[in-house]
Design a protein around this ligand. Sequence first.
Ligand SMILES: Nc1ncnc2c1ncn2[C@@H]1O[C@H](COP(=O)(O)OP(=O)(O)OP(=O)(O)O)[C@@H](O)[C@H]1O
Ligand SMILES: [Mg+2]
Length: 385
Amino acid sequence: MENISTVFVLDKNEQSREVIKSFIEDLSFIKEIKLYEDYREGYEAIKQASNPIVIMDISDNLAELKEIADNIKLVTSRIIITSIDYSTNTIIQALRSGAKEFLPKPVLKEDLIRVLTMFASISPEDENTGSKIITVYSNKGGIGKTTIAINLASELAKVTKDKVALIDLNLQLGDISTFLNLNPPFDVNYVIQRLIDKDDNIFMKGFEKYKDTSLYILSDPSYIEQSGSITTRQISALFTKLKKVFPYIVIDMSSSIDPISLKILDESDWILFTTIVNIPAIRNAQRCLNLFRSRNYPAKKVKIVINRYMENDEIKIEDIENTLSESVYWKIPNNYFTIMEAINKGVTIFEINSESNIGSNFRDFASKVSDDIIEQTVVQYRVRM
Ligand SMILES: Nc1ncnc2c1ncn2[C@@H]1O[C@H](COP(=O)(O)OP(=O)(O)OP(=O)(O)O)[C@@H](O)[C@H]1O
Ligand SMILES: [Mg+2]
């Protein structure tokens, strides 16, 4: 079924605006085409529209457009960005600005129609096809999974300005609401029971928005008995729904390996497999990586994260890489005091000290994660262009 949409063309060049209009004005699924030279005015109109599609040119003054682009992507993900410059760097900027598609200028009529037809054939619900489920996992308890999931998710929300979901799937012993001092009225169980409900507002009611950020938190079930009734099928359904709403989904879970955990791991796009630098932890990690290999996870799915890293550790990163036959993706420094202060005050590390070694580490970590996700998409573009 086609969705009838209004198309908003934001372009400083009058001729470009008119050309785009002439290319698409006969398409049956387009109700109206609105042209804007002034991007701010365009954004105000986009906010009011239902089901908008945005075609935005970034040929000049990208810095000035960044704030508007960040606002627009919170309204719709059906954004096409155009530019006379189609270097890899510009495509990265465009995707970072929330574009679902990038088209080099001058825009070709058939390209534009192809993209708009694709937008029209998917319902707004199914938009976030590029969503990623990023699960923080370790088969050993107390390694820092919850700390990492919380602080990575909150930095991802800041760095990307996108909607980020943080989900507590440590179904029996979840800590996220304690670590962030939340008193959520609803939890995973509530949301799972209502998955058949098509209404996004009901689904979103289960989440707690974290302060004035774009981070949305779903807490673990309030009663242990409720966690036992959650099935692997429900986990799949939850993931499908989450991917329709959030571009980034960060999952915290338990360290056990049971059918629910395996389901979560199998269906994650990325596993941030976390370990610390000591012999028992690394032996455990080795066993778990063998399990992942036996499940044929794609090469880039599992990424090794070293927590509580200290420069002068006796065991070196190269030793770990040799033992695990994998390279280390990220290292998080040991900083007990800052983390304990954050946990005790029920806030993120950023709110305690964003410039501490661990505060800046999580900011860089989130940038790397979002850059690597965007780069995967750019590679697909380069192949197509
Ligand atoms: N980088 C770090 N530096 C210092 N202390 C840390 C670091 N990361 C985590 N910790 C400490 O380790 C402890 C365990 O962390 P956390 O609860 O996040 O681990 P977990 O893997 O989620 O545990 P569980 O298996 O119980 O869910 C916490 O007290 C936390 O303060
Ligand atoms: Mg935990």
